[in-house]
Design a protein around this ligand. Structure first.
Ligand code: UDP
Length: 236
């Protein structure tokens, strides 16, 4: 009989393992957008995002970012430390795009004069609303100290990833992070992939991320392949 996941999300499944405190994450090809209204699959996305996330977490670990990742164990699976996920999505933005471009009326592609950090309440029923540290404190979903740690780590991660990607001719437009608590420590969790970041080719500004799926731009799988290739040299 198939093992039952502890949790099934839109793009991943989480399983318990024989070892206490360790989970197995399985990356699916399923893709959703528009708060679940648009559904589809992207061929081999799970395999590519497992590899891309592995690459980024290893890079961040080497640069002092505490995270949940242990190791990639198969094409679609990775071992991670058990986390109690804080229901806050942390978004960092360098260039106006997506919901921010709409909200403040800036043309997509406009460089933000300074980096923008946002928090969203992770709640599908509410459509992940934008919140600030006062909401978080009042709602009791994370402590002010945890908010400070998440914010500092998110900005540090932005510096590390932006610099690294620039060398690979990729511009980091924006990205979303999730954090969780393990033994009282805030660790980076979830994934870092073209599902959760906007990547544009530095020269052509071609989109190399999930916006190709969200906006029906075509060549979705090819964009994920290109990111993997630029990061690891590997042909998917
Ligand atoms: N993002 C994500 N999950 C979400 C919402 C956003 O990974 O549920 C990522 C998205 O890929 C982008 C960044 O967070 O890199 C900012 O997304 P935005 O708020 O512009 O939302 P969207 O335009 O996708 O609705």
């Amino acid at each position: 009989m198939e093992k039952q996941p502890l949790y099934e999300g839109k793009a991943k499944r989480i399983y318990a393992t024989d070892k206490a405190g360790e989970y197995l994450v399985y990356y699916k090809d399923d893709a959703t957008a528009l708060n679940g209204l648009k559904k589809g699959t992207i061929a081999s996305k799970g395999v590519m995002n497992n590899k891309i996330t592995t690459f980024f977490f290893e890079l961040l670990g080497k640069n002092g970012i505490p995270h949940h990742f242990i190791k990639r164990v198969s094409e679609r699976e990775q071992l991670v430390k058990e986390l109690k996920i804080l229901p806050v999505e942390v978004v960092v933005r360098n260039i106006a795009a997506g919901s921010l471009a709409k909200r403040i009326g800036w043309e997509e592609g406009t460089k933000m004069p300074s980096t923008v950090l946002e928090m969203y309440y992770k709640n599908d029923d509410l459509g992940d609303p934008l919140i600030n540290d006062y909401h978080i404190k009042a709602m009791g979903i994370a402590t002010p100290e945890q908010v400070k740690t998440m914010s500092e780590l998110a900005l540090k991660i932005n510096d590390i990833l932006s610099a690294y990607l620039k060398d690979k001719k990729i511009e980091l437009i924006d990205f979303k992070l999730e954090f969780g608590v393990n033994n009282g420590q805030v660790l980076l969790g979830d994934e870092i992939s073209p599902d959760t970041c906007r990547f544009w080719d530095t020269e052509t500004h071609e989109k190399l991320d999930k916006d190709r799926f969200r906006r029906d731009l075509g060549n979705v799988e090819e964009a994920y392949k290109e990111v993997l290739k630029r990061l690891t040299g590997e042909e998917a």
